[in-house]
Design a protein around this ligand. Structure first.
Ligand code: HEC
Ligand code: HEC
Ligand code: HEC
Ligand code: HEC
Ligand code: HEC
Length: 361
């Protein structure tokens, strides 16, 4: 009898261990675990301790106001409103003060950042996963999202500079000779009035860089555009939407004014510093990053991938690890007159991609 008890006890322990291991396999649980553990370590009083001890591991959901869509970004980005995590590693860092005027319960995250709100893994949330591209809007591309609600009136000029420049370029290159935008323009190419919801910024960038590599047989001319020009036109194109958020927030926006701090992160109270990431908790394969970071849209490896940039099948022979890192950090430093976009990759992504590419020989 005692032997039986001992054995069933062992089995139970084994089963429990297995369940726990499986549960911890979920990436988001690891971030929640880390967050509550750090919160407990940092707790300054009994209430904070109690809070940290009593948190349950669960998928967190935000319902964004107008669209009634579900967003799970805060399942991992847990500390957006926690000042004690100002300097923590992502995804556990406090957000800049922008969330004071755009509280997550009301706005969610996707209105500004893009991405796939329903996903519960980093790769899928930040890019939509393989095949579907919903890349996050990063760096200056975020301007398109701000403009979508604010227009020019309630944002400082610095926050709309790229959009203005993009508009000027669209006039200069007479894109509307072939394209309609809001009812004005020619008909040789497709209507662009809603292109910002139809396409991702990465697709638009790639298409402008080399239309024929993206749309087989395209008759759109290849313009001699610099990297910055392609970027700014792309940002402008991302503002072209039929269903504007502006309607929903119109009343609240009436009250907003352009007196506020511009988008340059240095000026906000959470400075942008070299970002640490907890992603090392879960490492992704270089091949997965190659898809998720959008490289595949422009580059091929073997027979798979786009033709906008050169094939990378043997890139390990050609570029040193050092140059590869430099290039991914800022393409301008290695290919000054090229069209490869700044992708705002994190150090972890750059390391993972470099490890993968250096072995392609
Ligand atoms: C499964 C966990 C997880 C989910 C869900 C998630 N993130 Fe992240 N996020 C991370 C991690 C980990 C990092 C750290 C940087 C890295 O390694 O990419 C990060 C970093 C970021 C960054 C800054 C880094 C960069 O690449 O510029 C932004 C912006 C961001 N997330 C936005 C979002 C948005 C918006 C959503 C919802 C659509 C979301 N995240 C959902 C885990 C997650
Ligand atoms: C009103 C637009 C807006 C909303 C809403 C918003 N963000 Fe941000 N977020 C930004 C901007 C802009 C930055 C760049 C830093 C800055 O200037 O504030 C940023 C920075 C970040 C970063 C750090 C990346 C970096 O480049 O430093 C993360 C992570 C992030 N946001 C996640 C989120 C999550 C998660 C939510 C939802 C809870 C969210 N954001 C909601 C606009 C927004
Ligand atoms: C979904 C619509 C929406 C998006 C996207 C959006 N905003 Fe806003 N923003 C608002 C609304 C609405 C308010 C007014 C909030 C309130 O006071 O009730 C506001 C307020 C502000 C304020 C405070 C203005 C003041 O007078 O106090 C700033 C600054 C701001 N937004 C900047 C930005 C930036 C920068 C971005 C892009 C990163 C952005 N917003 C994206 C809707 C939006
Ligand atoms: C001589 C005519 C012509 C001019 C000028 C032209 N395009 Fe096009 N464009 C086309 C044609 C034809 C297509 C459809 C084939 C394709 O997708 O490449 C197209 C497709 C596009 C698309 C893809 C739309 C979609 O969602 O499928 C975008 C975006 C675009 N053009 C932007 C521009 C911009 C920006 C300019 C100015 C810098 C421009 N075009 C100038 C003819 C033109
Ligand atoms: C929008 C298209 C586009 C995207 C996305 C893109 N690239 Fe590129 N890439 C280019 C172009 C075009 C070049 C050729 C040089 C130039 O014009 O800048 C290039 C050049 C390169 C080179 C140098 C190739 C050589 O033969 O010297 C490497 C390595 C590279 N890219 C890696 C990447 C990786 C890794 C990613 C994903 C993180 C990526 N690229 C995303 C367009 C792109």
């Amino acid at each position: 009898m005692e032997k039986w008890l001992a054995i069933s006890g062992l089995v139970l322990t084994a089963v429990l261990a297995w369940v726990v291991k499986d549960a911890f396999h979920q990436e988001w649980i690891q971030y929640q675990e880390t967050y509550y553990r750090l919160a407990l370590l940092e707790a300054r009083n009994e209430a904070q301790k109690e809070w940290a001890t009593n948190q349950k591991f669960q998928v967190k959901q935000l319902r964004s106001g107008d669209l009634s869509t579900v967003e799970r970004c805060t399942t991992c980005h847990l500390a957006t409103d926690n000042p004690r995590f100002r300097d923590a590693a992502e995804p556990l860092r406090q957000h800049s003060d922008l969330l004071e005027s755009h509280p997550p319960e009301k706005f969610g995250c996707v209105v500004c950042h893009g991405g796939e709100g329903r996903a519960a893994t980093t790769l899928e949330a930040h890019s939509g996963g393989r095949g579907v591209y919903k890349p996050l809007l990063k760096g200056e591309y975020l301007e398109a999202a701000c403009y979508n609600c604010h227009g020019f009136d309630t944002l400082p000029a610095e926050d709309t500079a790229a959009i203005r420049h993009g508009m000027q370029l669209v006039n200069r290159y007479m894109c509307q000779g072939c394209h309609q935008i809001d009812g004005v323009g020619g008909e040789e190419g497709p209507d662009l009035s809603d292109v910002g919801t139809q396409r991702s910024w990465l697709w638009l960038y790639a298409h402008l860089a080399r239309p024929q590599a993206v749309t087989v047989g395209s008759t759109m001319p290849v313009f001699a555009l610099s990297r910055d020009e392609i970027k700014d036109i792309t940002i402008y194109l991302m503002t072209l939407r039929k269903s504007s958020q502006q309607m929903y927030y119109a009343a609240a926006l009436e009250k907003a004014s352009a007196k506020s701090t511009p988008l340059t992160p240095e000026k906000r109270h959470v400075e942008s510093k070299p970002r640490a990431s907890l992603r090392s908790v879960v490492t992704y394969e270089g091949a997965d990053l190659f898809h998720a970071d959008g490289c595949i849209v422009c580059h091929s490896i073997g027979r798979v991938g786009g033709q906008v940039g050169p094939a990378l099948t043997h890139i390990g022979w050609k570029l040193s690890t050092d140059d590869m890192k430099k290039l991914l950090h800022n393409p301008d430093d290695v290919l000054p007159n090229g069209k490869m976009p700044q992708l705002y990759l994190t150090d972890q992504e750059i390391d993972g991609l470099t490890d993968y590419l250096k072995d392609l020989r």
